[in-house]
Design a protein around this ligand. Structure first.
Ligand code: FE
Length: 138
């Protein structure tokens, strides 16, 4: 897989917090209901905490009750990679940042319409960019 952002393990360790590193680079999962962005309702863009790629628009965020930030659609399909994950004796679909290969979470088919998808994403994998009202067209 061709990554636009490639870094050594040492570089990632230096740039990320230990908690972010564990999730993004080691496919860990943050404990449910601990994510800083879980209850964020501000309008804006959720970006990859590893490389800044735009991943999810606040307009697609909803409260799934799972304890992790949930979205029903990625902002840009090309910024996301989906991969079959058979770990922990389950068959799940892992969601990664296509640009840096960072682990984001999983996608399930029990989300709301119009997509029916639930992107269950670690808050630790995300950064948040508030919408800049000044950039809006008049
Ligand atoms: Fe990334």
């Amino acid at each position: 897989m061709d990554r636009k952002v490639e870094k050594s393990e040492d570089e990632w360790k230096k740039e990320l917090t230990p908690e972010q590193y564990k999730v993004l680079r080691k496919k860990g999962t943050e404990p449910a209901f601990t994510g800083e962005l879980l209850h964020n309702k501000v309008k804006g863009m959720y970006v990859c905490a590893g490389c800044g790629a735009e991943l999810f628009d606040s307009d697609t965020k909803y409260d799934s009750g799972s304890g992790w930030p949930s979205f029903w659609q990625p902002a840009e399909k090309e910024n996301i990679e989906e991969k079959t994950d058979n770990s922990l004796f389950m068959r799940r679909t892992e969601v990664l940042c296509k640009k840096c290969g960072g682990h984001l979470g999983h996608v399930f088919e029990d989300g709301p319409q119009p997509t029916g998808q639930r992107f269950c994403i670690n808050s630790l994998s995300l950064g948040f960019k508030k919408k800049d009202e000044k950039q809006e067209q008049p």
